[in-house]
Ligand binder design. Structure first.
Ligand SMILES: *[C@@H]1O[C@H](CO)[C@@H](O)[C@H](O)[C@H]1NC(C)=O
Length: 200
């Protein structure tokens, strides 16, 4: 009887393992252009913050044919098409305001145009400055499926509404605490204004 029980137990553990692995496999393949774009984003981050360890450490190029990028951290892909649907790139540098308050990430948004199926993009808390408005943010208009864009807690000061007008599917836009570095100052009571827009 006991034998039978423990066999049942190990069988169910085995089944759970199978289901788990099956689920992971389904995330598997990703699209080559999108993979290249992800590596470009990582390279840019490393260029401006070379002293920060473990930045997107799972985003590793294992050669041209491998399609493993759907299993990288902070990414979700469509299980059928393999296109990236979610990029959660919030707070990539960790909340170390003291050491970063005078630094910015002049993010070039052009790699993002490759994510044709992208639904949710969160780049909050990343020391992104106005550069990105000048360097191709209008090209985000190719993100026809983008529903949520979180730009909050960055250092963008120019008006970005004209650039975002062509995001036809956008439902939620978070522009709160835009000049984010104001809030790092513990003596400051100004935590920026809250702007969350909902278009649905
Ligand atoms: C945007 O990001 C901030 C900081 O990571 C988070 O607190 C906020 O809830 C996000 N906004 C939305 C609309 O999800």
């Amino acid at each position: 009887m006991e034998d039978c029980l423990s066999m049942k137990k190990s069988l169910s553990i085995f089944m759970m393992l199978l289901i788990y692995m099956g689920g992971r496999g389904a995330q598997g393949v990703c699209v080559k252009d999108e993979r290249t774009a992800l590596l470009e984003i990582k390279a840019s981050l490393h260029e401006y913050f070379p002293d920060v360890d473990n930045l997107l450490s799972s985003w590793v190029d294992h050669g041209s044919t491998s399609g493993e990028c759907c299993e990288w951290e902070r990414i979700k892909c469509d299980k059928v098409t393999g296109h990236v649907t979610d990029l959660s790139l919030s707070n990539l540098l960790s909340e170390d305001y003291e050491s970063f308050y005078d630094r910015t990430w002049p993010l070039d948004f052009s790699p993002f145009i490759h994510f044709k199926e992208l639904r949710n993009l969160d780049v909050s808390w990343n020391y992104i400055d106005d550069t990105f408005v000048g360097k191709g943010v209008e090209r985000l208009s190719s993100l026809k499926k983008l529903e949520t864009l979180n730009l909050s807690n960055n250092r963008i000061e120019t008006n970005i509404f004209p650039s975002l007008a062509s995001l036809v599917s956008l439902k939620i836009l978070d522009l709160s605490n835009m000049k984010g570095y104001e809030s790092y100052d513990p003596s400051s009571t100004a935590h920026g204004m809250l702007f969350v827009f909902s278009f649905s």
